[in-house]
Write a protein that binds this ligand. Structure first.
Ligand code: C2G
Length: 144
């Protein structure tokens, strides 16, 4: 994991450590909106970036950018305090514990999929940004 730049300090309304997960391949504004909103909910945002192997399992294709580059790009965002590799969807509970998260945020395309973690931290699903996805971007680049 790339260490957090800022030491967490809980404010009166927010969470201390927010965690989220994703492939973040060919980063676009949908990703950015999700990350910024997640960060606004807490003092620190930690992002689990899916490994190339996990990404292949989820999407059935190799990501355009490999995991190291996707990690570098996400880690360089001002709203992100730390990144690590997400090896498996089923390891959510381990990651929440390892990173001492008190809130997990996901887009609502994953609605209710991770409710079993609610005994470890709060779980919130944010509205997905409409009309944009990496898959669509790849299609447009391929076929115009
Ligand atoms: N997202 C969004 N709006 C979009 C596209 C994506 O809000 N138009 C959100 C997704 O809902 C997700 C995050 O951005 O919360 C990352 O999206 P992906 O890279 O597509 O992530 P995904 O492959 O769905 O991985 O453990 C769960 C996962 O690893 C999620």
């Amino acid at each position: 994991m790339i260490p957090a730049r800022i030491e967490p300090c809980r404010d009166a309304t927010g969470y201390r450590r927010v965690i989220t997960f994703g492939t973040f391949d060919v980063l676009h504004v949908g990703h950015l909106h999700l990350l910024k909103r997640a960060r606004q909910l807490g003092a620190t945002l930690i992002v689990g970036v899916s490994s190339d192997a996990l990404s292949f399992c989820k999407k059935g294709r190799r990501p355009i950018y490999d995991q190291q580059d996707r990690m570098r790009i996400v880690a360089s965002l001002r709203c992100v305090d730390g990144v690590f590799i997400e090896e498996a969807l089923e390891r959510k509970r381990d990651y929440i514990r390892e990173h001492r998260a008190d809130l997990m945020v996901m887009g609502d395309d994953w609605l209710d999929r991770f409710n079993d973690c609610a005994d470890l931290c709060d779980v919130r699903y944010l509205k997905r940004t409409p009309s944009i996805s990496t898959t669509e971007i790849i299609e447009i680049i391929r076929h115009g």
